[in-house]
Ligand binder design. Structure first.
Ligand code: PEP
Length: 257
């Protein structure tokens, strides 16, 4: 059985002080994670230490939002796997569309990052998704296939052996991120079905069935339950709403209901 996951992505929001305030607002109110369910929270690098400490008490898996594929060297401004591992991070988000849009992340660098981090023993949630222009041009499935094939074609960065174990997928249509435009459950399920088919063909049916595929794009407590009813939607990756303690608690509750 694949895990159901509610993952929050704080992006570049919240200082260390604000992180503490967030955790004190949810303390004592977090539903105990049921077997097969997981809460993840991707916080800015500077808040990892405090969030790990506070997250441990509350059963939340704390993840890094971006980690370099090299383990050390001349990469000013970057953080490495060994650096975050040393403070207790085991989970990393890779390939978020904002990394692709603003920081030159490509399918190739996403694959490099994923394979390096998986080999270093991290759990990885990799993000894929089409832009509005790609959807309007009828290219959604082609784009999703290309993004996935970069991870699973034979070669140095092949990630197939980790799929469904330490590698899971978030489908985030770029046009739905931070815009208030959520994909309808039908649109999301169609994309998730396509992703699962590609995973089956490119890795194996067993790995594909074990892979949690999260939907992301303007998820809120008002639409999460409907999305979760879809057969191939195994959770949500949530930006804006995950910053609000009340919404965070409601989303955690909905995941498990
Ligand atoms: C995200 O940051 O991955 C995201 C989906 O953001 P939002 O929920 O705000 O659309």
């Amino acid at each position: 059985m694949r895990r159901k996951i509610f993952a929050g992505n704080w992006k570049m929001n919240y200082t260390v002080k604000e992180t503490r305030e967030f955790f004190s607002a949810i303390e004592g109110k977090i539903p105990a994670a049921k077997s097969g369910c997981e809460f993840q929270l991707y916080v800015p690098a500077l808040s990892l230490t405090i969030a790990l400490d506070l997250g441990k008490k509350s059963g939340i898996t704390i993840g890094a939002q971006n980690v370099h594929w090299e383990t050390k060297g001349a990469f000013t401004g970057e953080v490495s796997g060994p650096m975050v591992k040393e403070i207790g991070v085991n989970q990393v988000l890779v390939g978020h569309s904002e990394r692709r849009q603003h920081f030159g992340e490509t399918n190739t660098t996403v694959a490099k990052r994923c394979s390096s981090l998986l080999k270093q023993g991290f759990n990885v949630l990799v993000c894929i998704g089409e832009t509005r222009a790609e959807r309007e041009a009828g290219k959604t499935n082609t784009v999703l296939r290309q993004q996935l094939m970069a991870l699973f074609h034979e070669g140095e960065h092949h990630c197939g052996s980790y799929l469904g174990k330490s590698l899971h997928v978030a489908y985030e249509p770029v046009w739905a991120i931070g815009t208030g435009l959520t994909a309808t459950p039908e649109q999301a399920e169609e994309a998730h079905q396509e992703i699962r088919t590609v995973l089956t063909k490119s890795v194996s049916e067993e790995a594909s069935k074990a892979t949690s595929i999260l939907y992301g794009g303007s998820v809120t407590p008002a639409n999460f339950a409907e999305l979760l009813k879809c057969e191939n939607i195994d959770g949500g990756l949530v930006g804006g709403a995950s910053l609000k303690p009340q919404d965070w608690l409601a989303l955690a509750q909905i995941l498990q209901s």
